[in-house]
Design a protein around this ligand. Structure first.
Ligand code: ATP
Length: 602
């Protein structure tokens, strides 16, 4: 399958209510408890004011209009106006404060997630697509934010609203109130039975939308490959299926919702009709007044608002539970590779590297990918790692950088066990240049300074000169301040490679790890890169995952890695003399290169 049909099958949109998560979420509210208490007071006052309106309405009809009492009409009219104005003001304050607090809490949560994410080890990222991790920081925090912003206050507001209305109705006339509640069991059944189905349908529609997004994301990222393989037709078909799934899921949700809520209204109206009917008769026999009935009906109308709001908050709560679970899963993941409690900073090194019987597996249930690695590299030596794909070359350098911790044996740099020093002090003294040089969005200068922000301008210019990026940078109108887009998309492959060399040269590590690029660049760039490389390697211990024969030949030590073991090691001459794996490997590559040279006429 070439296109990811994204996500979500194992990431449920809703989870049952979980008290532990709720308690943990509440901890994020604690710093803002004063503001939240203030908001709750505002909301309650507002609610009380709004509950007074129907009573005043009844009063104006009975005591004002029917009695022809202008003073009452003016007084009540003014009060209704004042209530609306104060309500508006309180509503404004409520929205303002709750938005402010909600955003602060979101800010805290996102920041905490981001900070934590950066400390997590490679293994965490190995098993998770970037899109899923990103959605935890954006969508999942938003779901929590929505719950805090809207949900919690809605619960306080609507529950008091509901109790207020019921209490007032019973106080006004308990018999009439009970009569109007006669339809309640039906409503309860409809809301409790059907609302989850509506939410389930919407949740399916969101899931299918996320599949569309995932597919779109991968299509845009892989557009070059898609067009090169002319896969548009197949992809259209796949997108069509995802699109249809989404349309059907949405239509089902909308149809359900359009059936349920009118039904709820209809039944609600039946209750009101009963009240109007009986009420009108009691007005006729003068046991009730017109104003009373008007006020009573007004309260009944208000009854449905809180019910529908609360049912929506409930589903919001369940989806926040799912988001909370995903967020806490990230926050609770401990970095596997971390400083020991007694770790000390690594002393400045010369660059001697020793692997003592090192073994490694990528997971407890995974096979061993390195075993019995025995290695001694002297300071300043140039080591070439060669061997078939999947042999374990990258894994060896990953262990040296402590991207993963070796599962057996020891790795020592200048006699210091890498597990006993702080990660920061270790990695600061090792530089790495990968095949696909990752360039960050920002200026060329910012990229150069990535590993050494305090470098002087002279050092920066010198490093740039050594790796020959000054030549192409001077052609840009903005020079070193030229913005390179994300991943350096404005630069050519060769330029990106040179920039990566410049970055590592400026950070001046004692040990350098280099994954030699396999992608072909033109001969002139190749020479540039080679010259820059020689400059970067000068006087440093270097581990090169080598692809070029010249690099391999020039290395002080060649390690032939095969099936997770070092099959042979020595200099080019020594290994050629042994007539073993290396000689075969070298001769095959040599012949390949020769025949390529003949074909291309190089
Ligand atoms: N993150 C990972 N999780 C699980 N297994 C992995 C992981 N990375 C590599 N492997 C496995 O470990 C073995 C060694 O991989 P490694 O990347 O070290 O090989 P390599 O010699 O560098 O290959 P290449 O030259 O193709 O880059 C392979 O079998 C590979 O499938």
């Amino acid at each position: 399958m070439s296109q990811v049909e994204w996500d979500s099958d194992n990431e449920l949109e809703e989870k049952p209510f979980n008290k532990a998560y709720m308690k943990r979420l509440f901890r994020y509210l604690l710093p803002y408890r004063k503001v939240l208490a203030f908001v709750a007071v505002i909301v309650l006052v507002n609610m009380a004011l709004s509950l007074a309106e129907p009573l005043l309405l009844g009063y104006i009809i009975d005591e004002g209009i029917r009695e022809g009492n202008f003073a009452v009409i003016h007084w009540i009219g003014f009060s209704l106006l004042a209530i609306r104005l104060v309500s508006w003001l309180l509503g404004y304050l409520h929205t303002r404060f709750i938005n402010f607090t909600g955003q602060r809490i979101l800010f805290d949560l996102r920041q905490q997630l981001f900070n934590h994410l950066q400390t997590l080890s490679f293994r965490f990222f190995d098993g998770r697509p970037a899109g899923k991790i990103m959605s935890r920081i954006t969508n999942d925090t938003n779901a929590i934010g929505e719950l805090i912003n809207g949900g919690l206050i809605t619960i306080v507001m609507e529950v008091t609203h509901l109790f207020g209305i019921v209490a007032i109705l019973l106080w006004m006339d308990w018999q009439l109130a009970l009569l109007s509640f006669a339809t309640m069991p039906f409503l309860y059944l409809i809301v409790v039975k059907l609302q989850p189905r509506i939410e389930g349908a919407y949740s399916r529609s969101r899931r299918t939308m996320s599949a569309i997004n995932g597919n779109l994301n991968e299509t845009i990222q892989g557009i070059r490959v898609i067009q090169a393989f002319s896969r548009q037709g197949v992809n259209n078909g796949r997108f069509d299926t995802l699109n249809t799934n989404n349309k059907q899921a949405y239509m089902r949700a909308a149809t359900l919702e359009n059936t349920v809520w009118p039904l709820v209204e209809l039944i609600g109206m039946l209750g009101t009709c009963i009240v109007v009917w009986f009420g009108a008769m009691r007005v006729m026999d003068e046991t009730l007044t017109l104003g009373f009935i008007m006020a009573f009906i007004n309260y009944l109308w208000r009854f449905w608002g809180p019910i529908s709001a609360l049912s929506k908050v409930y589903s919001q709560l369940l989806s926040a539970m799912a988001s909370a679970e995903r967020i806490f899963e990230v926050l609770d993941t401990e970095p596997e590779v971390k400083d020991r409690s007694n770790a000390k900073a690594m002393d400045p090194i010369q660059g001697e590297v020793v692997f003592d019987n090192v073994s490694f597996r990528y997971g407890e249930d995974k096979p061993e990918v390195l075993s019995g690695i025995q290695l001694h590299v002297k300071p300043g030596q140039r080591v070439a790692l060669v061997g078939p794909t999947g042999a374990g070359k990258s894994t060896i350098v990953n262990l040296l950088m402590r991207f993963y911790d070796a599962t057996g044996g020891r790795i020592r740099i200048d006699g210091q066990d890498v597990k006993e020093v702080t990660l920061e002090s270790l990695r600061r003294q090792i530089g790495i240049v990968l095949q696909d040089s990752f360039i960050f969005s920002g200026t060329i200068e910012e990229n150069l300074r990535y590993g050494n922000e305090d470098a002087t301008d002279e050092a920066l210019k010198l490093a740039a000169h050594h790796v020959r990026i000054d030549q192409f940078v001077s052609q840009f109108p903005d020079g070193y301040q030229t913005q390179v887009e994300e991943r350096g998309s404005k630069l050519s492959v060769g330029q990106r490679q040179l920039l990566a060399f410049g970055r590592v040269l400026l950070s001046d590590p004692r040990i350098l790890i280099l994954d030699e690029a396999t992608s072909s660049v033109d001969t002139e760039t190749e020479q540039h890169i080679q010259a820059a490389l020689n400059k970067v390697l000068e006087g440093r211990t270097a581990f090169i995952i080598a692809h070029r024969l010249s690099t391999i030949r020039d290395a002080d030590l060649i390690l032939v890695v095969r099936d997770g073991r070092i099959a042979e090691q020595g200099s080019h001459e020594e290994l050629m003399g042994q007539d073993g794996v290396y000689k075969k490997l070298y001769m095959t590559q040599y012949e390949m290169q020769q025949s390529l040279a003949v074909k291309t006429g190089a």
